[in-house]
Write a protein that binds this ligand. Structure first.
Ligand code: ARG
Length: 274
């Protein structure tokens, strides 16, 4: 079904691009843009067929939003996206990639939903559409007790560990105007802190709390940013966006979201104890 739709979309796009190029010979760029939009639009039709899975892309080292239970990716974001799939009557799939690749994967159409504790930012809004937010949060310092960090500027000139591609990284480059030490996960950055390879870590509060669980030598600061998480999708899909927004609003109103937060926070903390 998908291939057929894609093939049809291709030949349709070709034919249209041909006539468009003729008609708009003076404005080739415009014709190309229209052709690209047609391909995007047709692919959405392909993806939204009932029976075809709704694919979530994430980065699963971010408890309690997404983490591994054995081989399975679970967490608050997974529940939100599963509920969207249920609303649309479609099977559900989830895959994990490096955080830097999460947004590019929905832009390319290889996944339908990006949900990875993704902070809504003006920069990202240029490339994807965001749902309504589902969490108010922010980033904090993780530091060794005895070397406290409180406000952002305390990290000036320090070796700061962050997860690559995150708003924590942006805080270091944009606010502190220096280069951070980049890691694949918040936990890897915290391991480097424990080993003395970085002076301090910046991470989102919930995964940071999970990292310091049971670590007597580590402590957390208060918020140094104020952020909101939302689900990101490829631009120009109003119906999918509506389904996500309704799902989030319903899960907030009927207490499911609060339950997921409680259940997955407890499960992730327990995994940390082992
Ligand atoms: N909220 C931060 C951001 O959007 C960090 C998200 C990291 N998420 C993850 N699943 N590793 O940049």
């Amino acid at each position: 079904m998908k291939n057929l739709t894609k093939a049809r979309a291709k030949s349709l796009t070709k034919a249209l691009a041909k006539s468009l190029t003729k008609a708009l010979a003076k404005n080739l760029m415009m014709a190309l843009a229209v052709a690209a939009m047609l391909v995007g639009g047709s692919m959405f039709v392909g993806c939204s067929e009932k029976g075809e899975s709704l694919k979530m892309i994430t980065e699963a080292t971010f408890p309690p939003y997404e983490f591994l239970r054995g081989q399975e990716i679970v967490g608050i974001d997974v529940e939100i996206c599963k509920a969207v799939a249920a609303k649309l009557g479609r099977p559900f799939e989830v895959e994990s990639v490096n955080f830097d690749s999460v947004i590019p994967t929905v832009i390319s159409g290889k996944a339908d939903l990006a949900a990875a504790g993704i902070t809504v930012t003006e920069d990202r809004k240029k490339n994807v559409d965001f749902s309504i937010p589902y969490v108010k949060t922010g980033v904090v310092f993780v530091y060794k007790k005895g070397t406290p960090y409180a406000k952002g500027s305390d990290a000036k000139g320090r070796k700061v560990g962050v997860q690559s591609g995150t708003t924590s990284e942006a805080f270091v480059t944009d606010e502190l105007k220096q280069q951070p030490e980049r890691f694949d996960s918040p936990a890897a950055a915290v391991a480097a802190l424990k080993a003395g390879r970085v002076d301090v870590v910046i991470a989102d509060i919930d995964p940071a709390k999970n990292c310091v669980k049971g670590e007597a030598e580590l402590a957390l600061s208060g918020f140094i940013t104020s952020e909101e998480y939302a689900v990101a999708i490829r631009k120009g899909q109003p119906e999918l966006l509506k389904a996500i927004n309704e799902t989030i609003a319903e899960a907030k109103a009927d207490g499911r979201l609060a339950k997921w937060v409680a259940v997955y926070t407890a499960e992730a903390d327990k995994l940390k104890e082992k």
